[in-house]
Design a protein around this ligand. Structure first.
Ligand SMILES: Cc1ncc(COP(=O)(O)O)c(C=O)c1O
Length: 361
């Protein structure tokens, strides 16, 4: 069993510092998809609503949950809905991505059925290769779209490598930014005016000034708001992790030399070793990339294969370890490597959570 405490005051603090860092003319979309990266969609959105201009979600159900919670800010759906959900999304006034040329007619038909103009952001693929229209396709979409049915509210693109550390990542990100800016410039010169132009995710906000310079006027921030720095170099603003995640020590074993630990004998003690068996495994969302925990404030490397509800940790060097001790997986003061999202989010989504609206003492 894994326990999660989410400190929404930490998210507020991060957002306040990010807002202060961003130029004033830039609107902030908080990405709260997948239950706010596991931090809790409604508790997070309620706690930060005054600091956020837009919310970004994956699913129509998440957009509706925001409305039910009384959040009136515009909501952008990052994954295009299909079928009747598309019609409902138009009817309910959620902003839609247009990142597949085939969607042009679908959106027009949905708008007709909904009896309402669809609000659309055209995504330009500058090197993400997921959703998005190639520039010539974007041109085609612009020509084809029936303006009585569809209002183009935004033009955007998504960066694939802004959090990377290699020179290649840096060059690729610069090229994506340059390309999108050039695309916007060309459309602007032709007199095409689209109110919202957005590109930067957290890493780009923190490390690439050109990704927030005019004509760009919105950013889409996820990880940084939750307190996890991503990208090359030290972040220019302090980010405080919002989640504390821990399990407990269920057994303390003193094992002899050459003793196997866990399934498939993937680890064998090289010498007599004290091993703590922790009460969490892949059934709690833990992933094999997680390689250490903290017990009594000391780092304890994980050993052997991850089980469904157990994993072993080396505590030979940790004094007075006992059953019931906390084994901290994540929390303030623990350094976060780049895989924080794929490793942390599944744990948060699988575990019971509690929310603190003031920083716990
Ligand atoms: C389209 C889009 N924009 C922005 C983000 C936010 O990215 P980050 O969490 O790195 O800030 C995401 C998240 O995956 C996304 O899919």
């Amino acid at each position: 069993m894994v326990h999660v405490e989410v400190d929404t005051a930490a998210i507020r603090g991060n957002l306040e510092r990010l807002r202060a860092w961003l130029p004033r003319r830039v609107a902030l979309m908080l990405v709260v998809k997948e239950d706010a990266y596991g931090h809790g969609l409604v508790p997070v959105a309620r706690a930060v609503r005054d600091l956020v201009d837009w919310f970004g979600v994956a699913w129509v159900s998440e957009a509706r949950a925001l409305r039910r919670a009384g959040i009136a800010a515009p909501v952008f759906l990052m994954i295009p809905p299909v079928g009747t959900e598309l019609v409902q999304a138009v009817r309910e006034g959620f902003h839609l991505p247009l990142g597949d040329l085939g969607m042009v007619e679908e959106i027009e038909a949905a708008a007709r059925r909904a009896g309402k103009q669809a609000l659309v952001h055209i995504e330009v693929d500058t090197g993400m290769g997921r959703f998005g229209l190639l520039p010539e396709e974007a041109e085609l979409a612009w020509q084809k779209l029936d303006r009585r049915r569809v209002e183009v509210v935004g033009l955007y693109s998504h960066l694939s490598s802004a959090s990377g550390h290699t020179l290649e990542d840096l060059h690729f990100t610069r090229a994506q930014v340059w390309w999108f800016r050039k695309f916007l410039e060309e459309w602007e010169h032709r007199g095409i005016e689209v109110p919202w132009r957005h590109l930067a995710n957290s890493a780009a906000v923190l490390a690439f000034d050109e990704a927030t310079a005019p004509p760009l006027n919105m950013v889409r921030i996820g990880t940084a708001a939750y307190g996890y720095p991503e990208g090359p170099g030290q972040p220019p603003v302090e980010l405080v992790p919002a989640a504390r995640v821990w399990t407990h020590v269920a057994a303390v074993r003193n094992l002899p030399r050459s003793w196997p630990v866990g399934y498939a004998r993937q680890y064998v003690t090289p010498a007599p070793q004290r091993v703590a068996i922790l009460a969490a495994g892949y059934g709690d969302g833990l992933r094999p990339e997680l390689r250490r925990v903290f017990i009594r404030e000391q780092e304890a490397p994980l050993l052997g294969k991850l089980g469904m509800d157990t994993v072993a940790a080396d505590v030979s060097h940790v004094e007075r370890v006992q059953r019931g001790d906390r084994a901290v997986l994540f929390g303030p003061g623990i350094s976060y490597p780049d895989w924080i999202c794929p490793v942390l989010v599944p744990v948060l989504l699988s575990s019971p959570r509690r929310w603190h609206h003031e920083a716990p003492t």
